[in-house]
Design a protein around this ligand. Structure first.
Ligand code: CA
Length: 243
């Protein structure tokens, strides 16, 4: 068996399903569809420092995918040993969004558009599942991914209560797509996002588009790992024929 077959066999064994019949691909956004993570990491570090909350870029990448509140409280707890007030959280998160907006618009991740074209051509439904709630989100999709994602099937920060690593966003993605866990795969770049996909019982493909070691994504439970979205796109036919 090659790597793909072994990964699928392991997934089936662990999940109790007897097959995967691919109908939908659940896409994370930042670091998967957009090359936006360096900007987010920079915005987090800059913003938190203003509030006396030391946060490193590694912290940002390790906790990518959490809600804003969860990220702020994680660092706040490190410094103060308790959660921040709702008012402070709102203030810091607004500042972080303003810092992010100082960067240029993030570009499409190389390979992402081409992969989406392959899915569309074979009748597989792409679904967006993100913890992001940026007000410019829908406009960005209209501009950079026109016609690729159905808006009423997108899962964003406005839909979810818990956020990743809770399986909730991906379970909601399955529901919106109208498919079962063994009729979809998840594409994720962050350890917490991988955990969420795995916890939802979905075959989860990690694409390592950031600075973290591969092992971090594998330890989070990724079923399969590609070094980039381009590599996943190039290897798509080989993977898809087994799904
Ligand atoms: Ca991500």
């Amino acid at each position: 068996m090659n790597g793909i077959e072994t990964a699928i066999a392991r997934y089936l064994q662990g999940s109790g399903h007897s097959f995967i019949h691919l109908k939908a691909v659940l896409f994370d956004m930042d670091g998967v569809l957009f090359d936006s993570m360096p900007y987010h990491a920079d915005a987090w570090v800059t913003s938190m420092a203003k509030y006396g909350l030391p946060m490193t870029e590694e912290d940002a990448f390790m906790n990518e995918g959490r809600t804003g509140m969860s990220t702020i409280n994680l660092i706040y707890n490190r410094v103060h040993g308790c959660d921040a007030s709702k008012e402070l959280i709102d203030e810091i998160y607004l500042d972080k969004c303003n810092e992010f907006a100082k960067h240029p618009d993030p570009s499409r991740m190389p390979g992402a558009w081409e992969l989406l074209e392959k899915l569309k051509a074979t009748g597989i439904q792409p679904v967006l599942v993100t913890g992001s709630g940026q007000h410019t989100l829908f406009a960005r999709f209209d501009r950079d991914y026109p016609g690729m994602f159905e808006r009423d099937k997108m899962v964003t920060a406005y839909d979810v209560k818990f956020g990743k690593p809770n399986p909730e966003p991906y379970l909601m993605g399955l529901k919106k797509a109208g498919v079962a866990a063994n009729e979809a795969i998840v594409i994720e770049n962050a350890p917490i996002g991988v955990e969420a996909g795995v916890a939802a019982g979905i075959f989860t493909v990690a694409v390592n588009t950031g600075p973290l070691p591969n092992q971090v994504l594998l330890d989070a439970g990724a079923n399969l790992l590609y070094p980039s979205m381009q590599a996943l796109c190039d290897g798509w036919e080989q993977l898809a024929e087994r799904l």
